[in-house]
Design a binder for this molecule. Structure first.
Ligand SMILES: Cc1cc2nc3c(=O)[nH]c(=O)nc-3n(C[C@H](O)[C@H](O)[C@H](O)COP(=O)(O)OP(=O)(O)OC[C@H]3O[C@@H](n4cnc5c(N)ncnc54)[C@H](O)[C@@H]3O)c2cc1C
Length: 391
């Protein structure tokens, strides 16, 4: 039987309160992935959310499981993001991996004993994966030999396996793309220096280099021709997961501002008595409600024809709303909002990061724009009254 979603959400809430919030500043100072904490998340069932029970997962639907990141995002959006990527890779492994791969890896991934991440971006190709260089040569014995470089690899050096998108010919386009899982120990795999980021410093990120890395055909997750399409499906799930995490971030910002404003004395009352302050926070509250409805509708639509467009709407709207929420709540707190102990600056930086990762806001606009063009084609041409010119 699938896990009970309310039990899982309560566990994620506890993990946020007991593990993330008390430790986040120390994690950022330490600049190391908090593996002991992610092990605790794993023990709560948060690393195999959508994987089937027979492989050790929780068997949740995407619509239910994605709500976990709202709970984790109240603590830290980058931590929620990293676990969401692990869960997406685990879902892909259990759904599309070969039997041999599942036998070797599925239970380690669902239990969180091993962590996974996704490597698509390259130094020269972010929004436009069509310009990817990484190449796999398919050998006579069926093994694949991969060379190239990936960029912005999260959990770099920390994850135990990297679900890597590669091309298999020199032909332009994406028809020859595939996804293959490369274990950390594979000979020829190495990582560049860690990126120096202004926040989320505990999330190791770097380039990943593949120099004649040879991997068994058992590790093919998406065969030749399905690499880009499959990655886009994964990115749809990732986009909605980001929107879920952003809702947690907005709730955290709002609660900090409310707690402060109801205690800050001014003009014979408190800050929260001022209409202007209530209106500012009221807008954040409306944006949060709208964001929740949108990401949950998008999560429930994943896997249907409406999924990609709703995921784009969620990724377009919610991170922008989170940036606005973090900035508005900082403003409500006046100078205090700028001080590190309140963590508002961290939330602003996280919100901006969440606008970029897993497909930028602009790329979501491109997806929405294309859907609008498609719809426009179904509409009759407008009838222009005589004398009003032509369309
Ligand atoms: C914290 C973090 C973690 C990440 N982790 C991973 C990871 O684990 N694995 C992975 O593969 N990648 C990862 N990424 C990479 C991320 O997915 C890319 O940063 C993202 O896809 C954007 O690519 P880019 O940074 O190269 O920007 P570019 O593609 O160079 O875009 C630059 C700007 O141009 C805009 N733009 C692009 N196309 C259009 C258009 N058609 N119209 C209008 N504007 C456009 C973009 O929106 C952006 O503002 C991570 C990124 C971050 C910030």
């Amino acid at each position: 039987m699938p896990a009970n979603i309310d039990t899982i959400l309560a566990a994620a809430r506890r993990h946020c309160e007991e593990e993330i919030l008390p430790n986040i500043d120390a994690w950022n100072k330490g600049r190391a992935w908090p593996r002991a904490s992610s092990d605790k998340a794993a023990a709560l069932g948060l690393t195999g959310l959508y994987a089937p029970e027979e492989l050790g997962g929780q068997g949740l639907s995407l619509g239910d499981g994605i709500r976990v990141y709202e709970e984790l995002g109240r603590g830290d959006g980058a931590y929620a993001f990293a676990l969401s990527m692990h869960n997406i890779c685990t879902y892909a492994a259990c759904g599309f991996g070969t039997d041999a791969f599942k036998e070797a890896w599925a239970r380690d991934l669902t239990s969180g004993r091993k962590l996974a991440n996704f490597a698509l971006t390259e130094p020269q190709s972010g929004s436009d994966p069509g310009t990817m260089y990484s190449r796999a040569v398919i050998n006579d014995d069926g093994t694949w030999t991969i060379s190239g470089a990936k960029a912005w690899v999260s959990l770099a050096g920390e994850a135990d396996i990297y679900f890597t998108v590669v091309k298999t010919t020199d032909a332009p386009g994406h028809k020859d793309m595939a996804m293959i899982a490369i274990p950390k120990e594979a000979e020829g795999l190495s990582f560049g220096p860690l990126y120096d980021t202004p926040s989320y410093r505990f999330l190791p990120m770097s380039e990943m280099y593949m120099e004649n890395v040879t991997v068994s055909e058992d590790n093919i997750i998406l065969p030749v021709g399905r690499g880009l399409q499959g990655s886009l499906m994964a990115i749809d799930i990732a986009r909605v997961s980001i929107a879920s995490g952003c809702c947690g971030l907005m709730q955290a910002a709002l609660d900090s501002a409310l707690a402060y404003a109801q205690n800050r004395k001014m003009f014979g009352g408190v800050n929260l008595d001022l209409d202007g302050i209530q209106w500012m926070l009221g807008e954040v509250a409306t944006d949060l409600e709208a964001s929740r409805l949108l990401y949950r509708a998008a999560a429930n639509a994943l896997g249907t024809d409406e999924g990609p467009l709703l995921a784009a709407h969620a990724k377009r709207f919610v991170p922008d709303a989170a940036v606005k929420a973090a900035n508005t709540c900082t403003q409500v707190m006046g100078g205090m909002g700028l001080l590190a102990p309140y963590g508002m600056d961290r939330l602003s930086r996280l919100a901006q990061m969440l606008r970029i990762v897993d497909g930028t806001t602009e790329i979501s606009r491109v997806v929405i724009g294309r859907a609008l063009q498609k719809r426009a084609k179904t509409l009759p041409a407008p009838v222009i009254p005589k004398g009003y010119g032509e369309v």
